[in-house]
Design a binder for this molecule. Structure first.
Ligand code: SF4
Length: 423
């Protein structure tokens, strides 16, 4: 079976100094070597993967793992190449460099994650070691660019929560609301299996443990560990991971040093899957619960929820009319009780969509209207009660299903307007 998800490192180099990250930590003691995936190599690789049925027509390509993709001078050429091949693209950056992605490529960008480890030079500088003012300026530029193209909700600030930056969460959240991008705080952990596994198995070197204990929220990680099962089907087995030289890696935990040979040695996806499952390290990874932790959402649960703002989701219906978490789009944030207007490019292949304004809250939706190219799109079902032009939801998972089978045949953009009041 082909891989739906590919992680393709396009930069084997990062300019940040993140203290508990495999790459950043190494950067603190030696000058990193610049090594990038070139457009020509990427082209050869994608043709090979397609010809051998190793990827699907619409596979999701994350163009990052341990490096900073926006430092690759050919990033836009590689994005363009993936767009030509109708692939979906995931990006992540430390925002130290602003690169405008050509607008025609934006519909295929699933997300742009921006990682940040504090909201002042003092806290951010402690981990990332870059200039905070530059980063904030660049995040503002990305936010504005995506907003101007109706794609604000694709930009996600991933705020790494440490002991020393909890007090700045509110300021970061407010900034994201102003910029109309998504704020997503996560518990920071030891992003290096050579540190994290010893920590989890109580074999970490004492001085390192003491140092990390002053920064990482280990109590929260241990609490999380208690809630996770002893065994899982690791989602990483379904992810094809390639380094910047197109070598296959066992999973996203590893860098080139642990590569399993060039992708060009493999003839079928099954050969690769077999090799991934034979990875001996997986047994201790699972036993220590490292696999369970790093593949869990690790959302930071306290103190940031802005009750006045929600981020609706749109599910793109499959040909059989079903919906899955795999095919969702996040909308721009909306305010409680305010009229909202959302523009979304949903592609031309979809016939139905599902609009989920929020989760775990009850709500009333007023004056709701879905349209495209001036044509109203009918609401065909709901799990709420329709009453005098309003939809009333006395359940915590409100949904409206809309027929988006348009007759104009030329635009993939739909507009959603209305008012949502939640309680
Ligand atoms: S079990 Fe651990 S090492 Fe194996 S694929 Fe999953 S995360 Fe990677």
């Amino acid at each position: 079976m082909a891989f739906d998800h590919v992680t393709m490192e396009i930069s084997g180099f990062c300019n940040a100094l993140c203290k508990w990250c495999k790459t950043g930590r190494r950067n603190r003691t030696r000058t990193p070597e610049k090594s990038f995936l070139s457009y020509d190599e990427a082209k050869k690789g994608i043709s090979f993967l397609t010809e051998h049925g190793i990827i699907n027509r619409h596979s999701l390509f994350d163009l990052f793992s341990w490096g900073e993709p926006f430092l690759n001078p050919q990033i836009n050429d590689i994005i363009g190449l993936l767009c030509e091949n109708e692939m979906r693209i995931g990006l992540s950056t430390n925002a130290s460099k602003y690169v405008a992605i050509p607008p025609e490529y934006l519909p295929q960008i699933e997300y742009l994650i921006i990682s940040i480890s504090g909201f002042s030079q003092e806290t951010y500088g402690r981990i990332h070691g870059l200039n905070f003012d530059t980063i904030i300026k660049n995040i503002g530029k990305y936010a504005e660019y995506f907003r101007n193209h109706g794609r604000s909700a694709k930009v996600i600030m991933n705020y790494h929560v440490y002991q020393y930056n909890i007090h700045e969460i509110k300021a970061a959240s407010r900034f994201c609301t102003e910029q109309q991008i998504i704020f997503s705080p996560h518990i920071a952990y030891l992003a290096d299996e050579e540190l994290f596994l010893p920590y989890l198995t109580h074999t970490m070197e004492r001085s390192l443990l003491e140092e990390a204990s002053e920064e990482i929220l280990f109590g929260m990680i241990r609490n999380l560990e208690d809630t996770l099962p002893d065994e899982i089907v690791c989602p990483q087995w379904d992810n094809l991971v390639l380094d910047e030289k197109l070598n296959v890696l066992p999973c996203c935990l590893f860098t080139s040093a642990k590569n399993m040979g060039s992708i060009f040695y493999f003839e079928t996806p099954e050969e690769i899957r077999r090799l991934l499952k034979e990875n001996e390290y997986c047994k201790k990874c699972m036993r220590s619960k490292q696999a369970q932790i790093v593949t869990s959402p690790m959302e930071f649960p306290y103190g940031y929820t802005n009750e006045a703002v929600i981020i609706p989701k749109v599910y793109l219906g499959g040909v059989d009319g079903t919906f899955s978490e795999e095919k969702t789009m996040q909308c721009s944030p909306i305010q409680n009780g305010d009229m909202f207007r959302l523009r979304l490019s949903i592609g031309l292949d979809n016939r139905i969509i599902r609009f989920d304004p929020l989760e775990n809250k009850r709500c009333i939706i007023e004056s709701i209207r879905f349209y495209a190219g001036g044509e109203d799109l009918p609401i065909i079902s709901t799990n709420g009660t329709a009453k005098e032009g309003m939809y009333w939801f006395d359940n915590p998972d409100p949904q409206l299903v809309i027929n988006v089978d348009r007759h104009d045949g030329c635009s993939d953009e739909i507009i959603i307007e209305g008012k949502c009041i939640w309680y």
